[in-house]
Design a protein around this ligand. Sequence first.
Ligand code: NAD
Length: 532
Amino acid sequence: MVTTGAPRMKITYATLSADNEELQSAFDRAVTTARGQLGDRYPMLIGDERRFADDQFEDRSPIDANVVVSRFPIGTAKDVQDAIAAARAAFSAWRDLGWRRRIELMRRAADLISERQFEYAALMAIEVGKNRLEALGDVEETADLLRYYSDVMERHQGFVEPMGSLSPTEHTRSVLKPHGVWAVISPFNFPMALSGGPAAGALIAGNTVVMKPSSDAPLLAFKFAEVLREVGVPGGAVNLVTGPGETVGAELEHNPGIDGLVFTGSYEVGMRLYSSFTREYPRPIITEMGGKNPAIVTRSADLDEAAEGVMRSAFGFDGQKCSANSRVYVDRTVARQFVDTLVEKTRKLAVGDPTRRENWMGPVINERALGKFTEAVAEAQHDGGTIEVGGQVLTGDGTQRGFFPTPTVVSGLPLGHRLFHDELFVPFVVIGEVDSLDEALEQANATPYGLTAGIFSRDDTEVRRFLDRIQAGVVYVNRRSGATTGAWPGIQSFGGWKGSGSSGKNGLGPYYVQQFMREQSQTVMGEEPPPA
Ligand code: NAD
């Protein structure tokens, strides 16, 4: 465990650089330690049981596919049923523990996660190929999600709200109560924050959970569940099952013992779950899905700022953030200058093993993702686009054992082209020229997605029009540190509109925890109000 000597500097996704030598060497030490732990076998967590299985899958590093990061069981429907039964058995005790005690446990867990930030980030960098700042950010975001959701619960004193009265002997209050057992299905790209954050929301509200992480990134979700157990969250309150979505995920989807489901992942899987989960009867489901996030650059923009913001959001973690900027609408009069500046900045990006300090970009998650990249490049060329920079896959210095695309900027495609509409989740940004802000807004809104968006403009009227009309759950204006990316708990709440999210309430924000509860109106007759 790397806890000693790790500097306490808060790393967020907007941290531009880390010249702090102490931080760099603490991370290097953590990587060395992490390498010594690779290939271990891990169990599923079912009630108090650590359940291993002969049937396992290998979680391999995208940096070098020969490296097995961890081995986890291929869970069966029976394993999931047992986990649900354990979560159901644990529910009433966890609910009755009360919100004060629950947030105490969550805050303790948050502190442990922060203390182990370097240990976890190093494992994450190897597991999914994040660079060190991104990995450190993911871990610290997890801790801050626990803290922020705990603060929300405390601010609302557990959501017991006195209501009006129609007579002196009538006392009414509105109480939010947990539902029971929630399934938490997570994607690969924020392996800790997007397992831990949703699980924490459900748990703080008083539910118990069955977590199912992505098979590309189960390790950090496992570490999160272990931390909760370590601080005293009872076994049955937090369960973790592993294995493919088609079996393990499907059991969570169909089992009537699941009272609510929170999913983060692709539009395709999310929409399927959204329609099938409520087929028999209404059950709450929160789906956070993909994005095709636009940036608009008007003629009044600071073009260096715009190019920097686009470059960071399009290529940070190889474009594998749901908030990644993947299309830009730039005013025709400044388009060439903007593209040239973007290309110049992109050429300077170092791509390679992301555990090494000098590399800002690493691999994409797997061979399938690399295939999407090469197909998109070929399609862009075939359809008359210009590859301004990138378009290649690295093959030297061991990179051929991983999946390393180069950051790619494409211009010249018609605005209706599929590459302006389909989420690719690779480092590939398309640039379209427009004649006005209105045209840019029309294009920006013309996809089923509505997650994040950004504008670069020095004209207040333009900025106001953008803020009034853009259809997205998270928007940014003139953000050099990321045109469309970089939300942080308690600062930018994060969620999608339209095909990007189902609930209209954002994660990381003030209305999230409430979604894991249902309201009960309690009217009690008597001379005195009932005890709290
Ligand atoms: P994915 O949809 O392939 O997988 C997400 C999870 O769903 C995984 O755990 C997977 O095993 C599971 N799953 C797959 N099929 C299933 C099924 N039939 N039933 C139940 N579960 C099933 O997504 P991914 O590739 O891991 O992640 C990338 C996607 O996630 C992108 O589209 C990205 O935009 C999106 N994402 C969205 C947000 C957000 O907050 N809106 C955040 C991160 C990622």
